[in-house]
Design a protein around this ligand. Structure first.
Ligand SMILES: CC(C)(COP(=O)(O)OP(=O)(O)OC[C@H]1O[C@@H](n2cnc3c(N)ncnc32)[C@H](O)[C@@H]1OP(=O)(O)O)[C@@H](O)C(=O)NCCC(=O)NCCS
Length: 178
C-alpha cells in the first residue's frame, strides 16, 4: 500500500516479497559500509525483515520501501526506529540501491519521511546518526533541512577502532507541516 509520495517516488509498506530487494541492498558492502548490519544470504536477510515487522508490531517505528513512480521499481528504503513516545523523538534512516545513488533521491524523499514523522507519529524531534566518515550521506543531508548539531567523538568501537558519529536533527517547530 502506498503511504506517501514525492514528485518522482512513492513510499509504500515493506512486504515479505521485498526480501530480495532488501537482500540486494544490505548485501552490498558499499551500502552497509557504515551500518551495523550486513547480510550475506537471502536466508540471513529474514532477520532484517523480522526487524521491520517488529518495529511496527511494538510501535517502535516503521520503515517503507521507496519505489519509482513510473516503473514501480524498488530503489531503496527509509524510515524510523527507536520511537520514544515520552520525548516524542525517533531516529530516521535511509539507504538506496547503489545504481540510484547521486540522483538527489534523499533530497526529494527525506522531507516526505519527515512529514510522516511529524504528522503520523506525532514526533517533536527527528534525529539522524551518521558515522562522521560517511561523506556521501553528509553531503546529501546538507541539501535538506536537517541541522548538524555536533559530533559524538569515539562514541562507538567498531572493527577494532573508535569511530565518531555526527548527530543531526529537525524539530517540529522549525518544520512547515503541510
Ligand atoms: C546516503 C545516500 C542515501 C545518499 O543519497 P543520494 O540520493 O545518493 O544523495 P545525493 O544524490 O545527494 O548524493 C550525495 C553524494 O554522494 C556522492 N555520490 C553521488 N553519486 C555517487 C555514486 N554513483 N557513487 C558514489 N558516490 C556518489 C556525491 O559525493 C554526492 O555529493 P554531491 O552531490 O555533493 O557531489 C546513499 O549514498 C546511500 O544509500 N548510502 C548507503 C547507505 C547510508 O550510508 N545511509 C546513511 C544514511 S544517510
Amino acid at each position: 500500500m502506498k503511504i506517501a509520495e514525492s514528485p518522482s517516488y512513492f513510499l509504500r509498506e515493506i512486504v515479505s516479497t521485498d526480501i530480495e530487494n532488501v537482500y540486494q541492498g544490505l548485501s552490498n558492502p558499499d551500502i552497509t559500509k557504515y551500518y551495523d548490519v550486513h547480510f550475506s544470504s537471502l536466508e540471513a536477510t529474514k532477520e532484517q525483515m523480522d526487524w521491520y515487522a517488529s518495529l511496527v508490531k511494538e510501535g517502535k517505528g516503521q520503515w517503507w520501501a521507496i519505489t519509482d513512480k513510473k516503473t514501480e521499481e524498488f530503489v531503496g528504503a527509509a524510515g524510523y526506529n527507536g520511537i520514544d513516545t515520552i520525548h516524542k523523538k525517533a531516529e530516521v534512516g535511509m539507504w538506496l540501491l547503489k545504481e540510484h545513488w547521486g540522483k538527489g533521491i534523499l533530497k526529494e524523499v527525506m522531507p516526505v519521511v519527515f512529514e510522516l514523522g511529524f504528522r503520523d507519529f506525532d514526533l517533536n524531534r527527528i534525529e539522524g546518526y551518521v558515522v562522521s566518515d560517511n561523506v556521501k550521506c553528509k553531503k546529501a543531508l546538507e541539501k535538506i533541512q536537517f541541522k548538524r548539531e555536533g559530533t559524538m567523538r569515539q562514541c562507538e568501537f567498531k572493527n577494532g577502532a573508535w569511530i565518531d558519529v555526527d548527530i543531526y536533527a529537525v524539530l517540529r517547530g522549525e518544520w512547515n507541516l503541510e
